[in-house]
Design a protein around this ligand. Structure first.
Ligand SMILES: C[S@@+](CC[C@H](N)C(=O)[O-])C[C@H]1O[C@@H](n2cnc3c(N)ncnc32)[C@H](O)[C@@H]1O
Length: 206
């Protein structure tokens, strides 16, 4: 069973740039609680950036895959992530990489969808690939519009990162949805959607 741990403390050289879960310890604690309940075998992150959340995932999940499209960012992360033998860092556009990876993932699977900032927003393609596999998984979409909260969320032009954007892809009768309700005071206060796809509510007793 996974143990509950505090948000990992960064090495002192990384304090200024530490931003796991956008500094939201409540989000981190919720992921730990979900892991304790479901005992995820594997985690997949899209959008590595500087690897802050990758490292947090590596300290919790047995196996972690992370995908980054940017050449320089991917190279810059190599040294840091080499310290975590359970992390495999992959390079390329997330949908293409996921298609190659999908048969190697283990379930129940935890997924953190956080790939954006580029001209092409891969969220819908990522979801189509993940939902095509009818095995238990929890998908956390970061920077999501949360109804009734002033949390930050992504926009691409007129398009908001919201249920309106992805709702047609979701098999509602196979999923349970929740949002984050609070954000840690000194965090970046970003919204998040949790999609439990084909998950037993309490696969593992707390
Ligand atoms: C918000 S940052 C990710 C932050 C990181 N997950 C964390 O928690 O620290 C977004 C990252 O997604 C990457 N990205 C954008 N489009 C992508 C794509 N199609 N495939 C993979 N990575 C992508 C960007 O280069 C950037 O590094």
């Amino acid at each position: 069973m996974a143990s509950l741990a505090p948000c990992p403390t960064p090495p002192s050289s990384e304090v200024d740039t530490w931003a796991a879960w956008s500094r939201d310890d409540l989000l981190h604690q919720r992921v730990l609680t979900l892991h304790r309940r479901h005992a995820f075998k594997c985690a997949l992150e899209t959008g590595t950036w500087k690897g802050h959340t990758t490292v947090a995932l590596a300290q919790v999940f047995p196996t972690v895959y992370t995908i980054e499209i940017d050449d320089e960012r991917f190279e810059a992360n190599q040294a840091r992530l080499a310290s975590y033998p359970n992390v495999t860092a992959l390079h390329g556009p997330s949908p293409q990489v996921m298609l190659k990876l999908i048969d190697h993932l283990e379930y129940p699977l935890f997924v953190f969808l956080d790939a954006h900032w580029e001209a092409d927003w891969p969220l819908r393609d990522e979801l189509k690939i993940l939902l095509s596999v009818r095995r238990p998984k929890l998908i956390l979409i970061h920077d999501f519009k949360v109804p009734g909260r002033d949390f930050g969320y992504d926009r691409y032009g007129e398009q908001e990162c919201s249920l309106e954007y992805i709702g047609d892809l979701l098999p509602h009768d196979e999923c349970r949805y929740t949002f984050n309700s609070h954000a840690a005071p000194h965090s970046e206060r970003r919204g998040a959607l949790f999609i439990e796809h084909l998950m037993e509510p309490d696969a593992v007793s707390p």
